[in-house]
Write a protein that binds this ligand. Structure first.
Ligand code: SF4
Ligand code: SF4
Length: 379
C-alpha cells in the first residue's frame, strides 16, 4: 500500500484481470495475431503477466475485434478465447481503478446513468438559475453586436464556472495518469516515444489495422461479415479533431477577449466562429457515426457492461456541439437567451463529469501508446 492509499497490487477486479491473464497465456503460445495491433507485440515481450500488465494491455486495445474473428480458439472451442471482451472488461475496470479522487470511482459503476444525470443537472441548474435571475424582457430580448451574450450572463461568471471546473478536471487527470503509470510500471523513454504516440493518435493508424505507418489505407476494423472498413477510424478522427477545433475556437476567443478587448459574439467569418463552426459540424458527424458504429459492433466482441458509459458520453458530446451550432444559428433572435443557457448548461455538466466518463479512454490509451513506443524501441 502506498502513502496515498493507492494499492498497486489489487486494483483490478480479480476475475476480469484473471481472464486477461488466461487468454494472454494462450495467445502467447499461439501468436497467430502478432501483426494485428499493438497489443500482441507488447504481449510477446512478456512471459508472465501481472495486474499492471493487464491495465497496460487493456488500454492498448481499441476493441476492433480482428483477433476474435481470426481466432481458432474462440467459443465454442473449449479454450473460449475472446481477447476483445476480456480486455474490454479489464479496461472498464481500470477506469474506476485509476479514478481520482478514489471515492468517485464508484461513478464508473453505473456510468451511463451518472453521465446522463450529471449533464442534465448542469443543464437544469444553469437554465433554472438564469430564468430565475434574469428579467424576462432581457432573457427573451434580441441582443445584437459585440457583448450580446454578456447582457444575458456577465462574462466574469460565464468564465469563472468553467475555470473552477477545469482546475478540478486537470488535477483529476494528472492524478489518474500518475496512477495508471505507476500501476502498469510504464517507463519514460524520452521524447521519441512521445512523438510516436502523438503520430499514432493523430492518424489513429491502429484503428486502420496498420501498426507500422501512418497511411490511411489500412483495411480498418472487421465488420463481422468477413469484411472490414475504416468507418470507426474516420468517425473517431472526426470526433477528435472536432473536439480539438472547438477547444481552439474557445482559446482564440479568450485571446480576443483578454488580448484585444473584443467581446463575443464575433462575426461569422472571424477565426473563433470559423473554428467553432467547422469543429461543431464535424463533431456532430463524428459522434453520430460513432453511435451507429457502436450499435453495429459484433455482439461477441461487445462488452455490454460498458455500453451505457459509451453511449452516454457520445450523446453528451453530440449535444455539446449541436447546441453550440444552434446558438450560432439563433444568436440574433429572441431565442438567444434560452439557447445560450442550454448550451452553457450542457457544456458545464459535460466538463464536470469528464474525469468520470469515457473521456479517460483517450488519456490512458495515449499513456499506453507512449509506453508501447518505448518498449518497441528498447526491444
Ligand atoms: S486471439 Fe486466438 S488466434 Fe489470435 S493469438 Fe490469441 S489464441 Fe491465437
Ligand atoms: S480487439 Fe483489435 S485491438 Fe484489441 S487485441 Fe484484438 S486485434 Fe488488438
Amino acid at each position: 500500500m502506498e502513502a496515498d492509499g493507492f494499492d498497486l497490487k489489487s486494483l483490478l477486479d480479480p476475475e476480469a484481470a484473471g481472464e486477461v491473464i488466461r487468454v494472454m497465456q494462450i495467445c502467447n503460445a499461439c501468436r497467430y495475431c502478432e501483426g494485428f495491433c499493438a497489443v500482441f507485440p507488447a504481449m510477446t515481450r512478456r512471459r508472465q503477466f501481472d495486474e499492471g500488465d493487464v491495465g497496460y494491455l487493456a488500454n492498448l486495445c481499441h476493441n476492433c475485434g480482428a483477433c476474435y474473428h481470426a481466432c481458432q480458439y474462440a467459443p465454442p472451442h473449449e479454450f473460449g478465447v475472446n481477447v476483445p471482451q476480456a480486455l474490454a472488461a479489464a479496461r472498464n475496470d481500470s477506469y474506476a481503478a485509476y479514478a481520482w479522487p478514489a471515492p468517485f470511482a464508484v461513478l464508473f459503476r453505473r456510468n451511463g446513468l451518472f453521465v446522463t444525470l450529471g449533464v442534465s443537472a448542469g443543464l437544469a441548474l444553469t437554465v433554472g438559475l438564469m430564468l430565475a435571475m434574469i428579467a424576462p424582457q432581457l432573457f427573451w430580448g434580441v441582443h445584437l453586436g459585440e457583448g450580446a451574450f454578456y447582457r444575458i450572463m456577465p462574462h466574469t461568471m460565464m468564465a469563472a464556472v468553467p475555470l473552477a471546473i477545469s482546475a478540478f478536471v486537470v488535477v483529476s487527470f494528472v492524478m489518474g495518469w500518475r496512477r495508471y503509470w505507476r500501476h502498469t510500471g510504464a517507463k519514460w523513454g524520452g521524447f521519441a516515444d512521445l512523438v510516436d504516440a502523438v503520430k499514432a493518435s493523430a492518424t489513429l493508424r491502429h484503428l486502420g489495422g496498420d501498426t507500422s505507418s501512418g497511411v490511411l489505407s489500412g483495411p480498418g476494423c472487421p465488420t463481422g461479415d468477413d469484411g472490414s472498413n475504416n468507418a470507426r477510424r474516420i468517425y473517431h478522427q472526426l470526433t477528435m479533431y472536432g473536439f480539438l477545433l472547438c477547444f481552439a475556437a474557445t482559446s482564440v476567443g479568450t485571446i480576443y477577449h483578454y488580448g484585444f478587448g473584443r467581446e463575443a459574439p464575433y462575426g461569422y467569418f472571424e477565426l473563433p466562429v470559423v473554428l467553432g463552426t467547422i469543429g461543431g459540424v464535424i463533431l456532430c458527424i463524428g459522434t453520430a457515426g460513432l453511435f451507429v458504429e457502436k450499435r453495429r459492433l459484433h455482439p461477441s466482441v461487445r462488452h455490454d457492461d460498458g455500453l451505457g458509459m459509451d453511449y452516454a458520453f457520445i450523446v453528451s458530446l453530440f449535444f455539446v456541439s449541436f447546441t453550440g451550432l444552434l446558438l450560432l444559428a439563433v444568436r440574433e433572435t429572441s431565442f438567444m437567451g434560452v439557447t445560450l443557457a442550454i448550451h452553457l448548461g450542457v457544456v458545464y455538466g459535460f466538463f464536470l463529469i469528464l474525469p468520470f466518463s469515457k473521456f479517460v479512454h483517450g488519456l490512458y490509451r495515449f499513456a499506453a501508446l507512449i509506453a508501447s513506443a518505448g518498449e518497441a524501441r528498447r526491444s
